[in-house]
Each structure stands twice: as structure tokens, then as C-alpha cells.
Design a protein around this ligand. Sequence first.
Ligand code: M6R
Length: 614
Amino acid sequence: MCGIISYIGKQDALPILLDGLYRLEYRGYDSAGIAIIDHDGNVCHMRTAGRVDELANLLAAHPVQGSFGIAHTRWATHGAPSAANAHPHADCKNNVFVAHNGIVENHAKLRAALEREGHIFASETDSEVFAHLIERALGFLGNAGTLEDAVSEALRHVEGAYGIAVVSKKHPQKLVVARRSSPLLLGIGDNEFFAASDSSALLRHTRRIIYLDDNELGVLTPDGYEVRNIRHKPVPKQIELLTGSPEDMEKGGYDHFMEKEIHEAPDVLRNALRGRVLYEDGTAKLSALDASADKLSRINRIIFLSQGTSYYAGLAGKYMMEELAGVPSETLYASEFRYAPPPLNEQTLVVAISQSGETADTLEAVREAHRHHVPTLAIVNVVGSSIAREAGMGIYNYAGPEIGVASTKAFISQLAVLSLAAVWFGRQRNLSVLRGREILQELRQLPHKAEKILSNAARIRALADEYALYENFFFLGRKYNWPVALEGALKLKEISYTHAEGYASGEMKHGPIALVTSAFPSVVVAPSDSVYEKSVSNIHELKARGGKVIAVATEGNTEIVKIADHVMHIPRTQEILSPILTVIPLQLFAYFIAKKRGCDIDKPRNLAKSVTVE
Ligand code: M6R
């Protein structure tokens, strides 16, 4: 949520900062701004409502040359998206400039106190307090005070989450950054340094990075960097190497990142499985679990914690774990667990699922679990992210960067990893080697089966075109495909702004079916599985009430084509793995409806990729 990029070095800062903003735009895109200090010590401070393009247009008319500065792209929390509320924010005298991600929880109290002292605020944001707190601290510290000392002093007063980048006219050639519960990393170049909220903004410039931890400050000059804690003690940090290539951040010939990412499903599955299938033993090789096998053998309850699409993956994970390992499991929103945790003990395992690894609710839930001494396992895509680093054990998805705000390939990868984990837990308990092998064998077939579904994209597009003007949809599924129904509805609403409700099929007759008319179609996920007959009954019930039905069904099913109005096919697979395939037609369906409706698919309104505020 929101993106920060900052630069200090010998190059012109403007193109670097603008390029960084474009790369970070998926994190928030309602306003953007920049503060660059030029060679004469003047500040170019420019902000605008709207996208980074608008800022770039403004800057084209006012070129600035300076070799250090900060920039920000915003997802509004406090204060509407406007130029005045856009970052960076300045102090009263336009000396100090701050870009902030996160939420200052005690901002109202701080603002009132600062206003009583005579500070004049120019925005409605919580973030502006940083600029005035630093201004006040510089005043206390006098001429001997450094910018980093003033930032440390200011941070003592702040409650809440922050990743900040600070420059000051009075402290040329210095950039100070700090973090608490909001991601920030340093990029180490040759006599140039970067700080960003996400590695996507750094990949073009350097692969050498340092992850800041909570309550750490980075002090960057053109000659070097230092990391210290807020008590001014230097902290030795390890330089890590970014993997991936800048091309991963491009659309690769597709119209949208979402389309590209849906089409990456076969490779995503291969990457999730690579080196993890021990076919002969009918089990999975998951180093994190292998290393803690003893402790995990005592686990008698699993709680999956996540939000959004990752929450739906967790719902499927619960069924997998219960079926294969017999471990009672539940799936909770991390945001609820954080404030209403169920009774916990050391035989409970918390599994946090997150594409970004930065979702504030999920990160805080992991911390809550640790406060209860509960072991934690993270299933995370972004390497080095906060959840990956804080959880006790971790399994990476290796799905590559997901840029489209709507999560697609990450979901598929999460399901694959969850099925491997369920096989692993199952084999630790009573799952037979033969059953383990059956699942692994089928997992290995899934990349080809996903390719087959994707090769039918044109047919799904034609169907989507036919349905693009409907304003309401139900998505229904049972057992393993209930989470897929929820996910299909979420995809459609978030990118096409079409009202869609996901339900467990059995719940329909308990109320929602009252809404069904010929103008309210239902998408029923009904592969040939143990609950197929029940799904067919549900389709009849919808048809009897004049509802149109689009079914997702298994190839070769000649019955369902006679009952449903339309069918999207998937190849035959094991029930437990079916969500990995059934979701693909639903992702394509949502994508093509949004495209037909002319929506901004990769940057839907009101959303941001990584939700780093609670
Ligand atoms: O990065 P995470 O997986 O933790 O993100 C969780 C949700 O914010 C995310 O899945 C969100 O719901 C997406 N917009 C879904 O497409």
C-alpha cells in the first residue's frame, strides 16, 4: 500500500525516481509526488492527484536536476486523493520533506500538540506529522543536530506503522529512512544508494539489497550507508542478492499483467513442484517441514490465516489437510485472529498464507501467534518479505512477481504448495505411500492440464463477451470448489466492478436463491467429483427459477451440457487438486468481462496490490 522510492548518488535523480514510481504504482495509484534537492540546494517539490503519468507530465514542464530525492505513490488512508494530501509532505518552512507508508495511529493527538506549538499543517493526512516532528526535533537539537538524530527523536513520539524517507534542504547529500511494520529496503550501488518499499523499484539498478528490520534507520550519503537502531547504535546488516530479471516486471506481449499472470499457471505449477516431489516415498520434500519434523509430529490442530484470495487458498488448504493428514484445521481471516484469537497452545500450528508477505493483518497475526508461543509456518511468494522473515518456518511459492492487483498465479501456486504440505503431514501420519504417489503423480500432470485450459481462452472470451453486461452473478461450489466459487466472485467484482456473490452451493436455498431471475446468472463449479450429483441438483434448482447457468465441468461430461446454458471445461483430475484447474476458467472469465467493460484491469479503482495497513 503506497510506494516509496528514494535515491542519492551521482546520477540525475529524476528519471530514477520516476521509473521507480512506475514500478511501484501497483502498490497505490491515487496520487503521486516527488521532492528533489537540486545542485544549488533548491527543492523541486511537486505533487498531483492521479497516476504517475500526471506527475511525469507536470515534471516535463518543470525539469529539475539534482542527485538526491524522494518520491511516493499513494493509496489514500487519511484524507482524499488530492495534490495537498499527496506525499512528500513538508514542514512549516519547506525544509524537511517526508514520504510515508503506513498509518500514524496517534496522529490526531500529535497534530493537536504541534498546532498548539504553532506548526501549520497543509494536509489532512496522518503522515504530515512526521515533517513537523522532525522540524521540531531539529530545533531542539540546534546546529549540532544531524538529520538522523532528528528523525530518531521524532519517531519516539509516533505510534503505528511506518516506512519513511526523509530529505532536508539544510542537510544536503543525506537521505534518512526508517521502518516499523511497513517494508523498506536499501539498494546498494557503486557510490549510489536507493531505498524503496519494494524490490521491484530496485531491480534495474542493483541486485544488492539490505532489508531494514523494525525500529531501524538507514542513513545514506553518496559515499556510503549506515544502519542503526533508534537508540543510535549501529546495526551490522547482511547484503542479500535479488533474484529474477527486470523482464519479469514487463507484460511480455500481453495486454495486461493479469492476462500474462493467468497464462503463467503451467510454469508456476512447475516452479512450485520443482525439487519437492519424492515420488518413490509418496511424499513431499519441504525443507522447512523436514527440519522441524519432530515438533510437527506433535501438532494436533492447524489454523490457516490470510486475507482475500490467500484466505480462499486457506479454505481449500483446510480440506486438504483434514482429508490427507486427519489434522483438525480451520481457516480464519488474519484480521479477526489478531484481535479475537481462539484458545491456542503449542500443539497448534499457525500457517500464514500471503502472496506479498507484507499484508499487515497477516503479519500482525503471525506476531500474535508468537505472543502465544504457537509455531508458525509461512507460505509466501515474495522472497525476503516481512512474513517470510518473521515466521518460524517458511515455504516459498517461487511464482515470480505478481504485478496485477488481482491475484491469479499466486492462488494456483498456493494451492499446489498446500497440497504438497498436506501430503507431507499425511505421510507423517496415516497416509499410505500409494495415496501419496497418486496425488504427486497427478500434481505432475497439472502443468499440461493447465495449458489445455488456457488453449481454450478464446472460447471463454466469447462467453464473457456474451455476459459482460449482466450486473449480478452468483458463483457456487461445494467442498473443494466452494473456495473457488468465492475466488471467482472476488475476481469478477474487483476488476470488472460487477456485483458477484460467492456461496457454498448448499447455502443457496437458505436465502440467496430469492435473487435469482433470468437477469441474475450463476456460475456453478461442478467438476466430476464426490459432490457432483449435489451440484447437478443445485443447477436444476436454479434453472427451475429461470436462472441462467454457466457450469465449470470435467471434459467428457455429456450430462451437464444438456442442463447448463454454457459449460467451461477442465481436464479430469483428482478432486483434492481440482481447485487448481477450476479456478483458471474463472480467472479468464473475469478478465475478459473486465476487458469488454473497458476497465483498468491491472489497477482497479480503490485497490492496491499489497495491503500494508490494518
Ligand atoms: O499478499 P496477500 O496474499 O497477503 O494479499 C491478500 C489480499 O490482499 C489479496 O489476495 C487481495 O484480496 C487481492 N486483491 C485478490 O485479488
